[in-house]
Design a protein around this ligand. Structure first.
Ligand SMILES: [Ca+2]
Ligand SMILES: [Ca+2]
Length: 496
C-alpha cells in the first residue's frame, strides 16, 4: 500500500501525468524455495549458507524472483532442520543472526524479500522447552505451578503417534520421536509463538511458510483453522503486508476450508507432483480440463477469502523433482509456463529452472544446486541418486534454447502481468480440448492465457477485442479474431 501511495504522489506532481503507474506490493512476486545447505557455499566447507545466498541475489533477481522461502535455518541436529532446537537462533553451519539480518538488507536491494519456514506443530526433543517439560513430567510435577508439562502432550498410557519415555510415560510425536508435538491450546505456547513471529517480522522478514498445518490438531480442520486465524491476526497486527502460506497436503475440497482462517495462501498440492493434475493434463494433451480445475479452485478460494491467492508449484523438497516426470523438454517448458502464468503465487523449487533431477529418499530431492562452479555444495549425506544428467546453470544460461532461458522468459512475462497474483479467473473455451484458455482479470487488467497441450499446431478463433501481448514462440500467430499456436507453446492476449 505504501508503494502505491508514493507512486500516486509522484504522479500528482508531474504535469500531464494521466495514469497512475501500476505498482504492486512485492508480496505479489514469484517465490523461490531454497534448501540452504544445498544452495550456495560462501566459506569453502561445501555446506550452503546465508552468505552464499547473498552471493546469488543478483542471479535470483535476474531470473525474476521476488521472494525467497528458506527451509528452516534454526539450530537443529537433523540435516533438514525441521526439528527446531532454538527458534531465536541461526544454525552455525548456515551462519549467524548478523548474517541473516545482512541477507534481509542485501536481498531488499535486489527487490527480494524473505519468507521463513515456521515449524509450529512440533519442536525438537532437544529444544529447552521439551527438555524442561519432559523433566517435569518424569518428576511428577505436571499440574504444579511453573510446570512446563502443558507445552506438549504427555500420557501415562501409550497411544498411536506417541513415544515411550518410561513404562508409564509417553509423549505425542506424530512425525518422529525427535519431533514432540506442541500443545497449541496452551496460552503460554501461543504467547511464545507471538514473540517468535514478532522477533523476525521486526527484523524485516516478509512472512512465513507454515509447516504441517493439518497436523497442528491432528485431523481436526476446525481447530486447525481456529489456530491459523489466531496466527494470521497475530502476524498481520504486526505487519499488515506480511504473507502467510500453509502446507496442507490434501485435496482441493479440504484445502479450501483453510482459507476461512484469513491467511493468504495454501499450497495447491493437487496440481503438483508425479500424479498431479498438471502432468496428467500434459500426458492426456488436455488443457481445457486443467483450466476448469484451476478456475474452480481459484473461485473457491476467493469465496472463502477475497484476498486469498493460490500457491501454485510443480514440486517441493518433499517430492521427486519435476524434471523426472515431465519426461520431455517440451513438457518441462509447458509445465513452467502453465504454473508461472497462473493466477496465484508461484513457487519455484531451487534447481527446477535447470531441470534438476532427484527422487526416492528425501536426501535425493534436496541435492546440491548445479551452478557448474568449483564451490558447488556437497549433496546431503546418504543420498543415493546417481543419474544427474542435466546441465548446470552456467551451461544453460549460455544456451538460448535451455530450460533456464525458458524460465527467464516466462518470468519476464509474469512480472509484466504482476496483477496475476490476485487476479480473478474464468475459463475461456477455445473449442478444442487441447487448448488451455483462461481469462485472468481484475478491475484494471484483463488477459487471456492460452497454452497448447498437444503435439500439433492448433488453429483457434478468439473474440476480436483481444490482441497479442506476449508469445513464447515466434511462429505463433494472432490476427483479428483468430490465431495459431505451436505445440506446447503459450500465447498471452490482452484487450486492444
Ligand atoms: Ca558454508
Ligand atoms: Ca500436532
Amino acid at each position: 500500500m505504501k508503494k502505491i501511495f508514493l507512486a500516486l504522489c509522484f504522479c500528482l506532481v508531474l504535469v500531464g501525468c494521466t495514469k497512475q503507474p501500476e505498482v504492486y506490493d512485492n508480496t505479489g512476486g514469484v517465490v523461490y524455495e531454497i534448501f540452504v545447505a544445498s544452495f550456495n557455499d560462501s566459506n569453502g566447507d561445501k555446506i550452503g549458507d546465508l552468505n552464499g545466498i547473498v552471493q546469488k541475489l543478483e542471479y535470483l533477481e535476474n531470473l525474476g524472483v521476488e521472494q525467497l522461502w528458506l527451509m528452516p535455518i534454526h539450530p537443529s541436529s537433523s540435516y533438514h532442520k525441521y526439528d527446531v532446537e532454538d527458534y531465536y537462533a541461526i544454525d552455525k553451519a548456515y551462519g549467524t543472526m548478523e548474517d541473516f539480518e545482512n541477507l534481509i538488507v542485501e536481498a531488499d536491494k535486489h527487490g527480494i524479500s524473505i519468507l521463513m519456514d515456521l515449524v509450529l506443530n512440533h519442536s525438537s526433543n532437544k529444544n529447552n522447552w521439551f527438555i524442561r517439560a519432559s523433566a517435569d513430567a518424569q518428576l511428577g510435577k505436571c499440574g504444579l505451578e511453573d510446570s512446563k508439562c502443558d507445552w506438549y502432550h504427555f500420557s501415562n498410557v501409550t497411544k498411536p503417534g506417541y513415544t515411550r519415555i518410561n513404562s508409564n510415560l509417553y509423549y505425542e510425536s506424530v512425525f518422529s520421536s525427535n519431533m514432540p508435538d506442541l500443545n497449541l491450546d496452551n496460552q503460554a505456547v501461543r504467547d511464545e509463538i507471538a514473540k517468535i513471529v514478532k522477533f523476525y517480522l521486526d527484523k524485516g522478514v516478509k512472512g512465513f511458510r507454515l509447516d504441517a498445518v493439518m497436523h497442528y490438531y491432528e485431523g481436526n480442520i476446525g481447530k486447525n483453522v481456529e489456530f491459523l486465524s489466531w496466527l494470521n491476526q497475530t502476524v498481520k497486527s504486526i505487519n499488515p503486508d506480511a504473507y502467510l502460506v500453509g502446507e496442507a497436503w490434501t485435496a482441493h475440497n479440504a484445502v479450501k476450508e483453510y482459507y476461512a482462517s484469513g491467511m493468504d495462501s495454501l499450497f495447491d498440492f493437487a496440481l503438483s507432483d508425479t500424479s498431479g493434475t498438471i502432468v496428467k493434463s500434459i500426458r492426456n494433451q488436455n488443457g481445457f480440463d486443467l483450466a476448469n480445475v484451476m478456475v474452480s479452485h481459484i473461485e473457491d478460494i476467493q469465496q472463502m477469502n477475497p484476498n486469498g491467492t493460490n500457491a501454485v508449484f510443480l514440486s517441493n523438497h518433499d517430492q521427486g523433482r519435476s524434471a523426472s516426470y515431465f519426461t520431455e523438454d517440451a513438457w518441462r517448458k509447458l509445465a513452467a509456463s502453465v504454473y508461472l502464468l497462473s493466477p496465484g503465487k508461484p513457487f519455484i523449487y531451487y534447481g527446477e529452472e535447470i531441470g534438476m533431477r532427484g527422487s526416492g529418499i528425501d536426501e535425493n530431492k534436496r541435492l546440491a544446486m548445479m551452478w557448474g562452479e568449483d564451490n558447488d555444495c556437497n549433496s546431503p549425506i546418504g543420498n543415493n541418486y546417481a543419474s544427474q544428467i542435466e546441465t548446470s546453470v552456467k551451461e544453460q544460461m549460455k544456451d538460448k534454447d535451455s530450460l533456464w532461458n525458458h524460465y527467464h522468459e516466462v518470468l519476464n512475462i509474469r512480472n509484466r502481468n504482476a496483477f496475476l497474483t490476485n487476479a480473478k479467473a474464468r475459463v475461456y473455451d477455445l473449442g478444442n480440448a487441447s487448448l488451455f484458455g483462461m481469462i485472468a482479470y481484475d478491475e484494471e487488467n484483463e488477459i487471456v492465457v492460452i497454452h497448447n497441450f498437444s503435439s500439433e499446431v492448433v488453429e483457434f478463433d478468439v473474440d476480436e477485442v483481444y490482441v497479442l501481448q506476449s508469445s513464447l514462440n515466434s511462429k505463433n500467430k494472432v490476427k483479428k479474431g483468430s490465431g495459431s499456436i505451436q505445440p506446447y507453446s503459450t500465447i498471452i492476449l490482452e484487450k486492444e
